[in-house]
Design a protein around this ligand. Structure first.
Ligand SMILES: Nc1ncnc2c1ncn2[C@@H]1O[C@H](COP(=O)(O)OP(=O)(O)OP(=O)(O)O)[C@@H](O)[C@H]1O
Ligand SMILES: [Mg+2]
Length: 353
């Protein structure tokens, strides 16, 4: 065990299972979950509906009890401890919800102030803190607005300010952007990132959208039927998704690799040898293509895209290569050496005939 491993995690699940019993029916929502969420990271949890995401969140803030196993926050168990301890643990956890959960009868400032009242802060300190929070989330001018007078994104920023009021070390966001349009989603995600980077708050982002993971998560766990089927750095998950559910999630946002049907279409349209290569900071295609051209190979980029992910170059290019068979072979091989060869489709039947 490394020194780092022995430090208490922000959140730790030790073989946690949660079974819901409704009458004679039992439903295993989470099945033997082992998980460490480190201090200071944005940890994403993605899964389809019913995968167990909300159950996972509710176990972290002790709204549910594990059927077996232990959940620890900064090394302290959240269950089997006195209720006063649970309340103390919860005070150090902020929650952000899909439906905002604001009091309609209170202004933005009033909503943000509420947890401070509950915590017994004196009035003057509360007012100062609310002003600071409104400023932080960019809503100083909406202090006196009621939720009904705010847009979805503004409501969520109020919800986030309220969650941060008592300076929790951990923020749980369960589908916090699912009710928002893509642009507003971007604003809220940027705010979450700012909270993480500037305030050092550990954030758990629960979502069913891979775009959300891509935008903010340092690491991601993929939940399927109550089990973690993949857990890795976000970049690695996008670059090489291993489990089937992960691949479907990644495909929803990455349009830079042709699927089988698209490949067939490309084969018919372009002929030649189709080669798909992954492009990253270490692996470009420039040198291999220069060599190919020198050897008499013509190429065309027929599919793909290169962009940035987690500040690293990330993409895929599909090329159609034409020319003398040996030279095409050599080019395909060289492209496959430099970058990761994802697929190489032989289209020109005349070669093998
Ligand atoms: N209180 C409960 N009683 C009985 N079954 C429950 C309860 N809460 C959750 N479940 C079941 O546990 C499983 C996981 O539910 P959970 O709400 O954690 O999923 P989720 O991943 O959050 O889904 P969604 O994306 O729809 O929010 C589901 O099969 C659900 O029906
Ligand atoms: Mg849920």
């Amino acid at each position: 065990m490394s020194a780092e491993q022995s430090e208490p995690a922000a959140v730790e699940f030790r073989s946690v299972t949660k079974v819901f019993q409704t009458g004679k029916q039992s439903q295993t929502a989470l099945d033997s979950i082992d998980l460490r969420i480190e201090h200071g990271e944005i940890f994403g949890v993605i899964g389809y509906s019913g995968a167990g995401k909300s159950t996972l969140v509710r176990l972290i803030n002790a709204l549910e009890k594990p059927t077996s196993g232990t959940v620890l926050i900064s090394g302290s168990p959240v269950t089997g401890v006195p209720e006063s301890r649970v309340r103390q643990l919860r005070r150090d956890i902020g929650m952000v919800f899909q439906q905002f959960n604001l009091f309609r009868s209170r202004t933005a400032a009033g909503n943000i102030e509420y947890p401070l009242k509950v915590a017994g802060w004196p009035r003057a300190r509360r007012k100062a803190r609310v002003a600071e929070l409104l400023e932080f989330v960019g809503l100083s001018d909406k202090a006196r607005s009621y939720p009904d007078q705010l847009s979805g994104g503004q409501k969520q920023r109020v919800g986030i300010a309220r969650a941060l009021a008592t300076s929790p070390a951990l923020l749980l966001a369960d589908e916090a952007t699912s009710a928002l349009d893509p642009e507003t989603t971007g604003e809220v995600l940027r705010l979450l990132k700012k909270i993480n980077r500037e305030l050092g708050v550990t954030i758990v982002v629960i979502t069913h959208e891979m775009d959300v993971i891509r935008a903010v998560a340092d690491r991601v766990a993929v939940l399927a039927e109550g089990r973690i089927v993949e857990l890795a750095d976000t970049f690695d998950v996008f670059a090489a998704p291993a489990a089937a559910p992960t691949r479907s999630f990644v495909e929803t946002v990455l349009r830079n690799r042709p699927d089988t049907e698209e490949l067939r279409r490309l084969e018919q349209r372009h002929g030649g040898r189709l080669v798909t290569v992954a492009v990253d900071d270490e692996h470009g295609v420039g040198e291999a293509l220069a060599a190919a051209v020198a050897a008499g190979v013509r190429f065309e980029i027929v599919y793909g895209g290169v962009s940035a992910l987690q500040d690293k170059t990330f993409g895929s290019l599909t090329l159609a290569l034409h020319g003398p068979p040996e030279a095409v072979d050599a080019a395909a091989e060289r492209l496959g050496d430099g970058a990761v060869l994802v697929s190489s489709v032989e289209v020109d039947d005349r070669r093998s005939a």
